[in-house]
Structure formats: C-alpha cells, structure tokens
Design a protein around this ligand. Structure first.
Ligand code: BTN
Length: 265
C-alpha cells in the first residue's frame, strides 16, 4: 500500500490520523494491539495496513492467507467509550463497510454470512476478526481486523481454499489498485464504525437486506466443541443468529455456520 497515494484519495477523519502501511507484518492485529498498549486511548482510530502477513489470523483459531500484494490486510485500533454490549455489532460494522466498498469500487453485491463473512457467488471474499481486551464490563482497547481478497487468481490461493474462496479479480475480471479500494473502505469504516458505536440497533437493521440466509434454511452452528442445528429465523436486534430448534427460538452469539439444507428442500 502506497501511503502517499492512499492519502491523495482518503482524508483522515477520526479514523486514520495514525496510518501505518507496512510491506510485511506477522499480523496487523498484533501491531494494532501494540499501539493500544503503548498509547492507550490516543491510539483510537489508528489504521495499520500490511501488503503481506506471515502469521495472519482468522476466526476460530484458523489462519488467514495473506500473500504479498494481492489483498487488503488492515486492522483498526479502537478505544471505545461505550459499554461492552455496544461493541457486539462492531464486526458487522466492518463487514458492512467492506460490502459497500466492494459495491462502490467493483459493482459487486456480496451476501453476508453470519456472523461476518462476505460471500460472492457463494465463495468467501472477506473475513473479519475482532479481538478485544476486557477490563470488567469495559473494553480497554479493541482491534477490528479485516482481510479482503482483491487481485488473487485461483492459483494464488492454497489448494484447500480454491473451491471456497474468491477475489474481486475473479468475480469481475478486473484488477483494482489497493489504494482505490482502501480509500473507499476507510470512508465506509469511518461512518459505519462510528454509527455502530452510537446506535447498534440501526446498524443491525441496515444489514437486513444483505444477509444470504433464507428463512427456513437449516443451519448447523459449530461452537466450542459442540453444535446446534436449527432453522434460520432471522438476525436479532443485537446481531445474534436466531434459530428455531425443536420448536424453541434460540439466540446464537458465536460460532461457525454451515447450511445443511436450503429452505423448502
Ligand atoms: C476470518 O474470516 O476468519 C477472519 C479473517 C481476518 C483476517 C484479517 S487480515 C487483517 C487482520 N490481521 C489478522 O491477522 N487477521 C485479520
């Protein structure tokens, strides 16, 4: 990421006054955490990009493949003032920002897969990992890490991801400059992260048209060594996945979703 070029396209607001663009890092989330440790609240809104990561992390203990120069790996350091409950929608604020940036820069219409993956034609184009450190009920620093596949060809993905991953290039046939995408993403994040912190319920409501799940889909959610199977009944106003399980409504707050059967099948 060329920082000077990025700054000709994005004017920092509360987001990006500290803006680091590295060639390679272990994980951008670790660098953002370091800034929070060193600077405390003054790190709020710091943005860290890396062209490649050697130890990119995904959700549920998985890795995130970040080969040099092909995609976006970015982390935002936050020191939010609100209570811990208001933070639950920040991953969704991140996914909505990526969704609108993909729409603005490439005309794509990704679907959201709960909790915060973005899929194009059923394949994953972006994922989000939020890591927080809580002191009592308050978060004393939180990192929103976002990975987006931009200019990957099929051979750029490890073999085990080729059937399930996609990129902006694969989906549109056109490559994009990382600075153009990053500028749009930062604009979106600047608005949506702030909106999420102020009014989480409206943010969750604004995501409604974008979910890829259909009422009646049978979903399996894997969480902490166990699983829940149920029928999709929507997304709660707190961002939880609502499932009907044996005639009872259950709210799921964490886990990994697989569709077992589409509605009506
Ligand atoms: C997932 O889908 O499992 C989440 C992937 C999150 C990847 C991003 S890339 C930037 C940031 N740094 C990391 O180590 N992970 C996140």
């Amino acid at each position: 990421m060329n920082r000077d070029l990025l700054l000709t396209r994005y004017s920092p607001t509360w987001l990006g006054r500290i803006l680091e663009c590295h060639e390679v890092l272990g994980s951008t989330n670790d660098r953002a955490r370091e800034l929070l440790d060193e600077m405390g609240p003054r790190a709020h809104g710091a943005v860290i990009f890396a062209d490649g990561q050697t130890g990119g992390r995904g959700r549920m203990g998985r890795g995130w493949h970040s080969p040099p120069g092909l995609g976006i790996a970015v982390s935002i350091a936050l020191w939010p003032k609100g209570p811990a409950e208001a933070l639950a929608c920040l991953p969704l604020a991140g996914s909505l920002a990526v969704l609108h940036a993909l729409s603005e820069t490439a005309g794509l219409e990704p679907r959201l897969k709960w909790p915060n993956d973005l899929l194009v034609d059923g394949r994953k184009i972006s994922g989000i990992l939020v890591e927080s450190r809580l002191h009592g009920a308050r978060a004393s620093g939180l990192v929103v890490g976002i990975g987006v596949n931009l200019n990957h060809r099929e051979i750029d993905f490890p073999e085990e991801l080729r059937a399930t991953a996609t990129s902006l290039l694969l989906a549109t046939g056109k490559a994009i400059g990382p600075e153009s995408f990053a500028a749009s993403l930062l604009e979106q994040l600047s608005v949506r992260l702030a909106a999420g912190l102020q009014d989480p319920q409206s943010l969750v409501a604004s995501a409604a048209p974008h979910w890829g799940h259909r009422p009646g889909d049978t979903l399996r959610v894997a969480l902490a060594g166990t699983e829940i199977v149920g029928t999709y009944a929507g997304i709660g106003s707190d961002g939880s996945l609502q499932l009907d399980v044996d005639g009872k409504r259950r709210a799921v707050h964490y886990g990994d979703v697989t569709r077992v059967r589409p509605a009506g099948a």
